[in-house]
Ligand binder design. Structure first.
Ligand code: NI
Length: 139
């Protein structure tokens, strides 16, 4: 583990009160861990803004499998990008709807493009790209 540095932060008391409430709702044991997570979150976001950065993430899709050719279209897209899609989890949510979670990895710009393609496919009711990073980029 890297060395710890102690820093002092000047913060408005009202803002600090809200922050303390937020982190207690989220279950943080102390402010330091909450600050570290906020910083890591921003670093991950920044990494995704560099088009060529290597990133990992998940794409979540909800769709109606009765929509004609939708399953085939989504599967074709996944095969087209097999080198960036590491794994797919499929759950039959109910009689009509399917949930798919895809683990993606690659250059940020490419991964975003693939996610956009999947999410904008006609018949996909909801989709979201969740971004993260390998620990290397945020420690
Ligand atoms: Ni299904």
């Amino acid at each position: 583990m890297s060395h710890l540095a102690r820093i002092g932060v000047a913060i408005d008391t009202g803002l600090l009160k809200k922050f303390d409430k937020l982190i207690s709702q989220r279950g943080y044991a102390n402010r330091s861990e909450a600050f570290r997570d906020l910083i890591r979150d921003e670093l991950v976001e920044q990494r995704w803004e560099e088009p060529e950065a290597e990133v990992v993430g998940t794409v979540t899709l909800v769709y109606d499998h009765h929509v004609r050719l939708l399953n085939e279209r989504l599967t074709d897209l996944q095969h087209d990008h097999h080198e960036s899609i590491l794994s797919t989890l499929h759950v039959h949510l109910d009689h009509d709807n399917c949930l798919e979670v895809l683990v993606v990895r690659g250059q940020a710009a490419r991964v975003k493009r693939i996610a956009d393609e999947l999410i904008s496919t006609k018949g996909v009711k909801h989709g979201r790209l969740t971004i993260t990073s390998s620990p290397r980029g945020i420690e």
